[in-house]
Write a new protein. Structure first.
Length: 289
C-alpha cells in the first residue's frame, strides 16, 4: 500500500513495503525530488538499511560461535511494515522480528520508522527496541535517492554537493565486493564538491566525519535544492552509478560495510550499536526541499 502525508508546503508518499519513501514534492509545483526507480539502473527509492549497513565480508558473520548469512544492507527494506499511527502530516510504521529474521539475525527487536512534515521539511525517525534478555547488536542507515537532474534542461555537471564549514575530510573507498579497503584525503573548496559521473567509478564516496552534519544538493542553474540534516550520524555515503544513472543517493548511516580484512565476528564489527535489554535507540534525519 502507498500512503500520502501532506501539509500546506510539501507532500510525501510512503509504501508500507519497506516503509519506503517514494515521492516528495512541493504542494505548488509538479517537481519530483525522489528517484522513481528503474530496473535498468536501480529499482528502489529510499530503502532503510537494517540490521546492517553495507556488505558483510562473504555475506556472512559469526555470533556466539554460530555462522549466519545476510545480504547487503540487511532485510528490513524487503519486509512489509505495519502502520501504527496515521495522521494528515505524520505516519509511523513498525517491523518486528519473526522466525525468518531470527534464522539470519538472532536478535528479538522492534523497529519503528516514522515520517513527519514540518513546513518544507520531512523528518524521518528511526527507533529500535531490544526485546532480548541480553544485548542486541545492529546498524541502521538511510538510503534516499534523488533525481539527478531535477529538471530536463539541466546537466549533471551543473550540480554540486555543498557541505557546511568543511575544508578537508577523508574519503573511504569500497572495492568491487563492496568492502572498505582504502582511504585518502579529500579537499573541499568553498564547501563545494562538484558532481559528475566519474566521481562514482569506484563506487560510493564514504565519509566517517562527525563534522559533516548537513549536506545540500544544489545546481548552478536555479534555486532548487535538497538539504539533508543528520546530526550525530557517524557515517555518510554518497552514491550513484557511473553508467548514466539519473539519481544520486545521500545516505546518513549508523554503521558501515565490513573492512576487506574483517574476521567476520559480529561483536568486532565496525560501526555497530549495542543495546541492552529493553533499551531503546532513536535517531532522525530530515530532508528539506
Amino acid at each position: 500500500m502507498n500512503y500520502e502525508i501532506k501539509n500546506s508546503f510539501i507532500k510525501a508518499k510512503i509504501k508500507s513495503f519497506g516503509a519506503e519513501l517514494n515521492s516528495l514534492q512541493k504542494i505548488d509545483e509538479d517537481l519530483e525530488y525522489i528517484w522513481q526507480g528503474d530496473s535498468k539502473y536501480w529499482n528502489r527509492h529510499s530503502p532503510i538499511l537494517f540490521p546492517i549497513v553495507g556488505r558483510l565480508k562473504e555475506d556472512s558473520y559469526t555470533y556466539q560461535n554460530q555462522k549466519y548469512n545476510m545480504t547487503q544492507h540487511g532485510f528490513a527494506r524487503d519486509k512489509e511494515f505495519k502502520i501504527i499511527t496515521q495522521e494528515v502530516d505524520f505516519i509511523e510504521f513498525r517491523l518486528k522480528s519473526d522466525e525468518k529474521t531470527l534464522e539470519i539475525y538472532p536478535f528479538s527487536f522492534e523497529l519503528y520508522l516514522s515520517y513527519k512534515l514540518e513546513k518544507s521539511k520531512l523528518i524521518i525517525s528511526y527507533k529500535v527496541i531490544n526485546n532480548l534478555d541480553n544485548k542486541m547488536l545492529f546498524s541502521i542507515g538511510a538510503h534516499p535517492a534523488f533525481n539527478w537532474t531535477l529538471k530536463e534542461d539541466e546537466k549533471k555537471e551543473d550540480y554540486f554537493i555543498e557541505f557546511e564549514d568543511l575544508k578537508q575530510t577523508k574519503r573511504y573507498f569500497l572495492n568491487d565486493l563492496g568492502l572498505l579497503y582504502k582511504k585518502e584525503d579529500l579537499k573541499i573548496i568553498d564547501n563545494k564538491m562538484p558532481l559528475n559521473e566519474k566521481l562514482f567509478k569506484n563506487d560510493a564516496l564514504v565519509f566517517n566525519d562527525l563534522n559533516i552534519k548537513r549536506v545540500s544538493l544544489k545546481n548552478i542553474k536555479n534555486e532548487n535544492f535538497v538539504r539533508l540534516n543528520f546530526e550525530n550520524f557517524p557515517y555518510l555515503g554518497i552514491w550513484s552509478k557511473p553508467s548514466g544513472a539519473p539519481f544520486i543517493c545521500i545516505e546518513p548511516w549508523f554503521g558501515i560495510a565490513d573492512d576487506e580484512n574483517s574476521i567476520q565476528n559480529f561483536e568486532e564489527k565496525k560501526g555497530l550499536i549495542s543495546l541492552q535489554k529493553n533499551e531503546i535507540f532513536s535517531c532522525f534525519y530530515s530532508i528539506e526541499v
